[in-house]
Write a protein that binds this ligand. Structure first.
Ligand code: HEM
Length: 395
């Protein structure tokens, strides 16, 4: 069993990450330990901490939407225009997801991660075997950039620094959304700054939209005749959705496995890998809050929500109620995979995310011996809580 001492240590490191990322969010998550399953908070709106109620909101697409004050679609539409709103609701959204589905299956995810990250994993394993110290956070940022470039159909053969820059630009763009917990209305200065970061992120998109193969996301956008502006919006969404959360989930799972003293369990029984990945993502819940706009009056957990209000689903609280990281924990039915959201907008990249975490753990444990964390640093002032640095060495 996991000892109280090790779970306490893991929890302290996690708490420090959340606080460094955003002290306001940390305070909200702490306060929410003591609120009921759904409660109304002045200036913020409705706050939900119960996993079943959170899924209820995510599944009720008529009452709760992504567009409009409180939903993430509202932010994207201010950057990319009304057409982008179509991606976040309605028939266009369903069509795009259907046409892209085969790029995100378990098999496609395995192939994508192997193709885009395999050579880097081999280098990483070699460095660890040679006794070197490796910064897993830096490695994961480069790997995520490589994966997303490959998936989109952008140039995938660049130097590591190009992917560090791509990740950094995504992080800066996501940071602009940090002031939006109370309102998703962006002022014109923020929109201008965001657009200039988007220009950086999408520098290669016009070329890829014309030339990328049919098995890439931008090639699919062209086949669907989405037009360049919407393709740019979707490419930016993929860079944000596919890198920040993926890196956070990967690196925090590496830390949780270490801090809870569970590496030996995984080395002795590799069939626990899927559980370890699921537990890492559950406990880390890299997207700790999901927002929705109330489209029409609705009842949730016995409370009456009115059209025009907003709801914050504190997924981090909802998933962590099941207890600390434990690779022997069975699947938790109430929680399901709430860290990937739910309903129509359930994370499209879930299989990619899981595969990336599993590949990283397998690489770190490839010598048959546990790794040791030699130093770590939390990222400050970021939307997605993450390690800026997590240096490990073998044995
Ligand atoms: C551990 C890593 C990840 C986590 C925790 C995560 C979490 C989420 C969550 C919670 C949502 C739903 C947001 C909402 O309903 O408002 C979402 C949506 C999405 N995610 Fe992920 N994600 C991860 C990795 C990825 C990766 C690697 C990709 C791409 C390769 C990706 C692509 C997407 C896309 C495209 C959407 C929008 C889906 C839609 O609106 O239909 N995600 N993700």
């Amino acid at each position: 069993m996991t000892s109280t001492k090790t779970t306490g240590r893991a929890a302290r490191h996690e708490a420090r990450l959340l606080w460094a990322a955003n002290p306001g969010l940390f305070a909200l998550l702490e306060a929410a330990r003591h609120t009921g399953p759904i409660t109304r908070v002045p200036r913020l709106g409705w706050v939900v901490t119960d996993p079943v109620l959170a899924r209820h909101v995510l599944n009720d697409h008529a009452a709760f939407g992504m567009n409009g004050e409180g939903g993430v679609g509202h932010l994207w539409t201010q950057l990319f225009g009304d057409e982008m709103a179509q991606f976040f609701g309605g028939a266009r959204h369903a069509e795009i997801r259907t046409r892209a589905r085969d790029l995100f299956t378990e098999d496609a995810a395995q192939a994508l991660v192997k193709r885009s990250q395999g050579p880097s994993h081999a280098v990483l394993a070699g460095r660890l075997a040679a006794g070197e110290t490796v910064d897993v956070a830096d490695a994961a940022r480069v790997l995520a950039g490589r994966m997303v470039a490959d998936l989109l159909g952008l140039a995938a053969d660049r130097r590591d620094d190009a992917y560090r820059e791509l990740f950094g630009a995504g992080e800066r763009l996501a940071r602009l959304a940090m002031g939006t917990t109370a309102s998703t209305d962006l002022d014109s200065g923020v929109v201008a700054r965001a657009r200039s970061i988007v220009d950086e992120i999408t520098a290669g998109v016009a070329h890829a939209y014309r030339t990328a193969g049919p098995h890439t996301l931008l090639g699919r956008c062209r086949d669907m005749d989405l037009g360049l502006p919407l393709a740019r919006g979707l490419a930016t969404l993929l860079v944000i959705a596919g890198t920040e959360t993926g890196v956070s989930g990967t690196v925090r799972t590496v830390a949780l496995l270490h801090d809870t003293g569970r590496q030996r369990a995984l080395l002795d029984d590799p069939s626990l890998m899927d559980n370890a990945v699921r537990e890492g993502l559950r406990v880390a819940t890299p997207a700790p809050v999901i927002g929705r706009h109330v489209n029409r009056d609705a009842s949730v957990g016995g409370r009456r929500l009115r059209a025009g209000e907003r709801v914050l689903l504190l997924t981090y609280r909802a998933t962590n109620g099941a207890g600390p990281f434990d690779p022997h924990r069975e699947y938790v039915p109430e929680t399901r995979q709430l860290w990937f959201g739910g309903g129509r907008h359930l994370c499209l990249g879930a299989a990619v995310a899981r595969t990336q975490v599993a590949r990283m753990l397998a690489t770190l444990l490839s010598g048959g011996r546990p790794y040791r964390i030699v130093s770590r640093r939390a990222a400050r002032g970021v939307l997605v809580p993450a390690y800026a640095e997590l240096s490990v060495r073998r044995g």
